[in-house]
Design a protein. Structure first.
Length: 178
């Protein structure tokens, strides 16, 4: 049970005075998250200057935060900024009662059995995207993952078409820069 997993104080990731882990965060977020998980475990506080972020790593705790206890958590301004390229107030960006209504509306379209059957398709789409990368090339991984999620995997199977995710993301980024 999740409550027993977090009954002790939440460990805080070691960091520098005043800035905490802000410098490491700016340099390489993924490396920081992996180091914090290794050092502190499945749940920890990470200080970024004057702010603290709660880092949750285990599938059970992530499920608790996103599903079971979603009403007790809100998306941070940082999360909203990262998700800005996704237009509208959709399932990813919405919160609270509105999010709950959206989940109930969309749930029948994604039964567990069908989601499980999507695994080979998602693996194929991931391999296709990865095959386009060149050794040593610097890529925007967030943009690539958004392209993968919005376009090929979901589009082809759920809508029976390969959404032009490059165009969707490009248009959204253009709107953001205006």
């Amino acid at each position: 049970m999740v409550t027993s997993m977090i009954s002790s104080p939440i460990p805080t990731a070691p960091g520098l005075p005043l800035v905490g882990n802000a410098l490491a965060y700016r340099r390489n977020r993924l490396a920081l998250w992996m180091q914090v998980r290794e050092t502190c475990g499945d749940i920890s506080l990470v200080r970024l200057g004057s702010r603290s972020l709660l880092l949750v790593s285990s599938p059970e705790l992530i499920h608790a935060v996103l599903v079971e206890q979603a009403d007790h958590f809100e998306k941070s301004p940082l999360f909203r900024r990262v998700m800005e390229p996704i237009p509208g107030n959709g399932l990813v960006t919405s919160e609270n009662a509105f999010h709950k209504r959206q989940r109930k509306l969309i749930a029948p379209a994604f039964p567990h059995r069908q989601l499980t059957s999507l695994v080979p398709l998602m693996a194929q789409a991931t391999e296709h995207l990865q095959s386009q990368w060149q050794d040593g090339e610097v890529i925007d991984l967030a943009q690539q993952m958004m392209q993968l999620t919005l376009g090929r995997s979901l589009g082809r199977e759920r809508l029976k078409s390969d959404l032009n995710s490059e165009r969707i993301i490009g248009t959204s980024a253009e709107r953001k820069s205006r």
